[in-house]
Design a protein around this ligand. Structure first.
Ligand code: ADP
Ligand code: GLC
Length: 482
């Protein structure tokens, strides 16, 4: 089976969030199941620098608006997954992020940048492809490649089956209607039964409408997005597509996220040596100028600072928690108001609160290992990976019951504690009072060392591997090819 994973980010080449982790790991896990999975990604400077053995293999002509582009082929560092890099210096070789410039503003020509990516994925998956390697399935991810199923539909040639992976329905890629023809779609595709969405053309809606199958990243989120509360306007359409919509919980890459071999830790540990986690706590407190205190419950956040993540709830109750003896460590960036708020919090509580605004792979691993309790009060969370990293690192998470958080964390209620199922702490509603109560419950359990150890080991034993998820993806692919 040949699968083309078309994506705007893939770890370790380029990453802004979980999508990158998933694209990189899914390809790798599928290859372990003897699937010929390959990645297509834009040639951002980081991708050109990190992909191994890159060589130009094909010029593709007739790409709307830009004429021709060059496809390079190489491999993922460390993993060997084949990677097709879409090279177009003007569109992708820029300083800044994949979606935004250095000032955090969306690139004005994003519809063109990702329209071209979607178009190239479509060409590679159609009868028009000049390449020898032709996929059976093109697996698109989020709005950035959401247009591919629509373009393939209008090519009218033989084509691969299409899968749309939805990692976050809140980002839809909605643009002015002029983009329909600029991106080579026929004018009549701009209608309700097509790419039109509330007066705009929508990349994500196009994918939801035309894909042969839709996969979202947890079973609960698959249900939630069919409701008014979580559907971001697409609930109606998603309901009509429910027959081809399925939720598959993401896995975690156990080579990258494994406390027994993690190179960023001062001391590695596993289920039989959880005591060694303590050395990582001390090192973290030292590194971040926190009071070195083995008994203070160390609460942690590593996150994009966005409304979705509900971290305003933490800001609201953080001082109370500090007065009750907790320490807080946060690594993240995003919303300037939240960045400001957390910086103020740090100033108010030196030695008790550490705030790092920015992005750091190494610190994120050290926080996961060195902290006691991981916080994720998300308003919505399609899957969430950090809570799973927390489980694997013996750092039980406090999460809101939504999306993948609901599917991956089992509350430490009486029944779950007795049955050995409990792995963390779950609360229902996104408000400060419930969040605070839940954190207090976690801190209370943290002080009961025996129960805490049980909770840690339950989480560390949970099968979070990609092998499990990859098998479910295979089922979907197989059913499409039958
Ligand atoms: P999302 O994709 O919505 O941001 P996920 O929990 O699925 O949420 O994935 C987030 C990923 O990005 C995790 O791998 C997390 O460790 C990483 N991450 C987020 N913010 C930072 C940061 N500031 N520094 C390092 N890693 C981060
Ligand atoms: C998105 C979601 C996150 C999910 C990730 C990978 O960024 O916000 O919940 O884990 O995609 O699927």
């Amino acid at each position: 089976m040949r699968i083309l994973i078309a994506t705007s980010e893939a770890y370790p080449l380029i990453k802004t969030g979980g999508l990158a982790d998933v694209s990189g790991s899914l390809a790798d896990a599928l290859r372990k199941q003897a699937v010929d999975a390959r990645i297509l990604i834009p040639g951002y400077p980081q991708v050109l620098a990190k992909t191994k053995d890159l060589e130009p293999i094909q010029r593709l002509d007739f790409i709307p608006q830009v004429g021709s582009v060059t496809l390079l082929q190489g491999t993922m560092p460390d993993r060997g997954t084949p990677v097709y890099v879409l090279d177009h210096p003007y569109l992708y070789r820029r300083e800044g992020g994949p979606y935004q410039d250095m000032m955090g503003r969306d690139w004005a020509d994003n519809p063109l940048r990702f329209g071209v990516l979607s178009h190239v994925a479509a060409v590679m998956s159609s009868g028009h492809s000049p390449l020898e390697w032709k996929p059976d399935i093109v697996h698109c991810n989020d709005w950035q490649t959401g247009l591919t199923p629509a373009i393939l539909h209008y090519f009218g040639t033989s084509r691969a089956k299409t899968v749309l992976g939805i990692h976050n329905l809140a980002y839809q890629g909605n643009f002015a209607p002029e983009w329909v023809t600029l991106l080579g779609l026929p004018p009549h595709s701009y209608q309700i039964e097509g790419v039109e969405y509330y007066g705009q053309m929508s990349f994500l809606k196009a994918g939801v409408y035309y894909a042969d199958a839709i996969i979202t990243v947890s079973p609960t989120y698959a249900k939630e997005i069919q409701t008014d509360e979580y559907g971001c306007g697409m609930q109606g359409l998603l309901k009509t597509r429910a027959r081809v919509l399925r939720g598959i919980l993401n896995g975690i890459d156990t080579r990258e996220w494994n406390p027994a071999i993690d190179p960023y830790l001062v001391r590695n540990y596993d289920i039989d040596r959880i005591g060694d986690k303590q050395a990582n706590k001390e090192a973290l407190q030292l590194r971040l100028d926190l009071d070195v205190d083995p008994h203070a419950p160390l609460l942690a956040v590593v996150s994009r600072l966005a409304y979705q993540k509900g971290l305003d709830l933490l800001l609201a109750c953080a001082s109370t928690l500090v007065h009750e003896g907790a320490q807080i460590v946060l690594l993240g960036s995003g919303d300037p108001a939240l960045e400001f708020g957390f910086n103020q919090l740090h100033k108010a509580h030196p030695g008790r609160v550490s705030v790092t605004i920015g992005y750091s792979e190494s610190l994120s691993h050290q926080i996961m290992a060195g902290s006691d309790i991981f916080l994720m009060p998300s308003r919505f969370e399609p899957c969430g990976l950090n809570q799973m990293y927390g489980l694997a690192y013996g750092t039980p998470p406090v999460v809101r019951r939504t999306g993948g958080l609901a599917d991956s964390v089992h509350d430490a209620c009486e029944t779950n504690l007795e049955s050995g199922k409990a792995t963390g702490f779950v609360f229902e509603h996104a408000n400060e009072a419930e969040f605070l109560t839940c954190i207090r419950r976690a801190v209370g359990t943290f002080e009961d060392k025996k129960t805490w150890r049980k909770l840690q080991t339950n989480g560390m034993r949970q099968d979070l591997s990609w092998t499990r998820s990859a098998k479910e993806y295979l089922e979907v692919y197989r059913s499409l090819l039958q």
